[in-house]
Design a binder for this molecule. Sequence first.
Ligand SMILES: C[S@@+](CC[C@H](N)C(=O)[O-])C[C@H]1O[C@@H](n2cnc3c(N)ncnc32)[C@H](O)[C@@H]1O
Length: 309
Amino acid sequence: MSLPTKDHCEEKNAHDAETSNGGQEHPFYVDTHYIKALLYWNETANEHDNTKKFFDDVLPEILPEPVTGKSFFNVLGVGSGTGKIDLHILSTIQKLRPDLKIYSETIEPTKEEIDLYKASVSNTPELSNVTFTWHNKSVVEYEADVKQNNTAKKFDLIHMVQMLYYVKPVKETLEFLKSLLSPEGRLVIVVLSGECGWVKMFRNNIYPSNQDFNLDLDSDQTTDILDAIVMRYEIHDIDSFMDVTGLVEGREDSELLLDVIMDEAEFAKTASPDLKAQLMADLQDPEFTFRKDGKIWLDTRVKGIVARH
Ligand SMILES: C[S@@+](CC[C@H](N)C(=O)[O-])C[C@H]1O[C@@H](n2cnc3c(N)ncnc32)[C@H](O)[C@@H]1O
């Protein structure tokens, strides 16, 4: 059984939480327009709700049996954004096991998102057993700090929801996170399915971009890496579809979705007319989208991968 480490001696509750300093901000996420776009997408698409349901299904399996006598549960959220999924996970753990003390740590390079996360903490009931710490940095910077200060701590749950695309190098980072897992701990990765239209769009079309992200990284590549670093895993399907009808019909309020689809802040304003035309054609191509109930849907299905030692 792993024990609470020194970090936990400096306990902060939800209303007096701690953020470690420093951290290079993600170049696109510092843009509040982009954060607005992500929040709009969370509200209008079904991915977040279905991801929460996925965690509802798997958390009972991940939590320790009461007979083990374990009294605390360490959670690390990597790339948590505004923390909507994290707070769902934490309050669900607390509901399932009110006897457990929960230590939540978050690695998130964008300060603006951490601020929104903190604001939600104050408004979320059922978090009285949770102690929060935020690390305002990228996972690579976190790894460097841990190694330099020799402060590696073990986690019972590490989750990375829709963020693996931004991590470099992926294999080494997953290897590092594996090393932080407690013996019975789980690494849960939510990433686009290799079969979904969104990934195929990025694979089949070369969208000119100055970004250095793996936007076409998918669940198959992720499990190949997990095989290479010798982790066992199970894979769950999570439905996710984005209504792009308004975009195709040129409705202005839908334009925010372009930022999310292309991972570009203010894409509608900055992209060339050719690129926009290409994207509009792709959004009507049956290889990537489908029509149902009078609407056009982009297939954005994800997989939930639950990995362990
Ligand atoms: C698409 S958002 C997902 C946010 C959240 N997990 C969710 O599902 O709502 C990706 C998040 O990863 C963060 N991110 C980007 N690069 C990162 C890195 N190298 N290390 C940790 N987080 C990173 C971004 O700032 C952003 O908040």
